[in-house]
Design a protein around this ligand. Structure first.
Ligand SMILES: C[S@@+](CC[C@H](N)C(=O)[O-])C[C@H]1O[C@@H](n2cnc3c(N)ncnc32)[C@H](O)[C@@H]1O
Length: 208
């Protein structure tokens, strides 16, 4: 087992003990495969928590790549920074602490990989802010898009989740109909949407 994998195993244990939400095990391979296949060089993650998915992504990205990750909770961000340092990625991974909406307004592009795993109701707002910060070819992975099966269900969600479910449906509708995106929706875990972006998508372009 490599140092990063040993660290990830420890992190999964402590996240479970501390009830910190992190990527479901069944989604790890999806995330890693996209990063390995697309070989992005400027990556962005929204929702760092303690840095579990951050390290998975960092360990899979090319050596020349850099990753910026955003977390609103200062305590979690501090733990993530320590894990990133322990894994030897401090030079290439930057944790920014604050509200993602504020930070995204200030960030400059061009990102060619985005992992959305922060507040689910904000995915579309984040993506809309990021549209002019994407590289000409990019991929956007969004986790929990089926939110406990409620997004695809015919019956109404419980009242407290109505806005969230409506917003996730709006996100999925956008990445499924905007012609710059080709989206694959996977039911693994809590639902993962992989949206392949091309600034100029011609008729001859492949699905991705
Ligand atoms: C599901 S967790 C992220 C898990 C992480 N990506 C992983 O798989 O290891 C979502 C994180 O988003 C953070 N978050 C919530 N609202 C936020 C906001 N407005 N801006 C930035 N981060 C936010 C939460 O504090 C939480 O740590």
């Amino acid at each position: 087992m490599t140092r990063v994998h040993a660290l990830l195993a420890d992190m999964r244990r402590s996240a479970s003990e501390e009830s910190v939400p992190i990527l479901r095990p069944e989604c790890e391979k999806i995330l890693v495969d996209v990063v390995r296949e697309k070989r992005p060089v400027r990556l962005l993650e929204v929702g760092t928590a303690i840095g579990y998915s951050t390290l998975l992504i960092a360990a899979s990205m090319p050596e020349s790549a850099t990753l910026v990750t955003l977390e609103i909770d200062a305590e979690r961000a501090a733990i993530a920074k320590q894990h990133i340092a322990d894994a030897g990625f401090s030079e290439r991974v930057t944790v920014l602490v604050g509200d993602a909406l504020t930070i995204l307004n200030q960030l400059t592009g061009d990102f060619d990989f985005i992992f959305l795993d922060g507040p689910k109701g904000q995915y579309l707002a984040y993506l809309q802010l990021l549209l002019n910060k994407l590289a000409p070819v990019a991929v956007v992975v969004a986790d929990n898009v089926l939110f406990r099966g409620m997004v695809n269900a015919e019956e109404n969600p419980p009242r407290r989740y109505r806005t969230l479910v409506k917003r996730l449906r709006e996100y999925l509708a956008f990445v499924s109909t905007d012609e710059r995106f080709a989206t694959t929706l996977l039911s693994d875990g809590d639902g993962v949407a992989i949206s392949y972006y091309r600034e100029h998508r011609g008729e001859s372009d492949e699905e991705t």
